[in-house]
Ligand binder design. Structure first.
Ligand code: SAH
Length: 193
């Protein structure tokens, strides 16, 4: 199968991610940051996430990563596309639920409210679950050993290094309210973990 089918799918998914985030990003930036815990680990994670996010565009627009291409088949293309759609839908829903409490890094905004409804009723980090699913979708869709797994690796690294500090930030801010919330929810996978 022509690789351009996979390239078209990831390009559409890339644009959809930007379109979903843009209005929420704009709205959040209008709310003042009250507390920031953006240390060196956060800078590292954000850099890796940005590189991984733009890698498919380099793959599409240049021949530099073609050395790692392998043949494309219809089953992974369809399965991966479905995972991308599921990831994007959860990404959209979690942004809608979190509203202006969203930040790209570890921050508390003015009048920050603990969100425990919508997707947040089921897991504490639905946006990261969405991004891991998106990354899995990219891994299955993209027939390239470098570009395919890049985003899921970046997002798993993000989960490994950020969940602890983010939950500490939430505990420090919301104390017992967060304890109670954490005791009745899982982190990323409903009912499991
Ligand atoms: N980890 C969450 C949110 C990602 S955005 C998710 O995956 O869905 C990161 C910011 O969201 C953090 O800086 C934190 O301030 C904020 N945040 C995380 N969980 C929250 C919650 N339940 N309610 C309100 N804000 C939250």
């Amino acid at each position: 199968m022509n690789l351009w089918f996979a390239k078209a799918v990831v390009l559409i998914a890339f644009i959809a991610t930007i379109l979903i985030r843009a209005p929420h990003g704009k709205r959040s930036r209008e709310v003042k940051v009250a507390k920031s815990r953006k240390g060196p680990v956060e800078v590292f994670l954000l850099t890796i996430a940005w590189i991984a996010f733009f890698l498919p565009i380099f793959w599409i627009a240049t021949p530099w990563l073609a050395f790692a291409d392998f043949p494309l088949y219809s089953f992974p293309l369809v399965t991966g596309s479905l995972l991308l759609v599921l990831g994007l839908w959860l990404f959209h829903r979690s942004h809608a639920d979190l509203g202006t409490n969203w930040s790209v890094t570890l921050e508390i905004r003015d009048s920050h409210r603990l969100v425990t409804t919508g997707l947040y009723r089921h897991v504490r980090h639905p946006m990261y679950s969405a991004l891991v699913l998106y990354g899995l979708g990219q891994m299955v869709t993209v027939p390239n050993w470098v570009v395919g797994p890049s985003y899921v690796v970046a997002m798993l690294l993000m989960c490994a290094l950020r969940l602890g500090p983010e939950e500490k930030l939430m505990r420090d801010e919301f104390n017992g309210e967060y304890e109670a919330y954490a005791s009745r929810t899982k982190r990323l996978v409903p009912g499991l973990w």
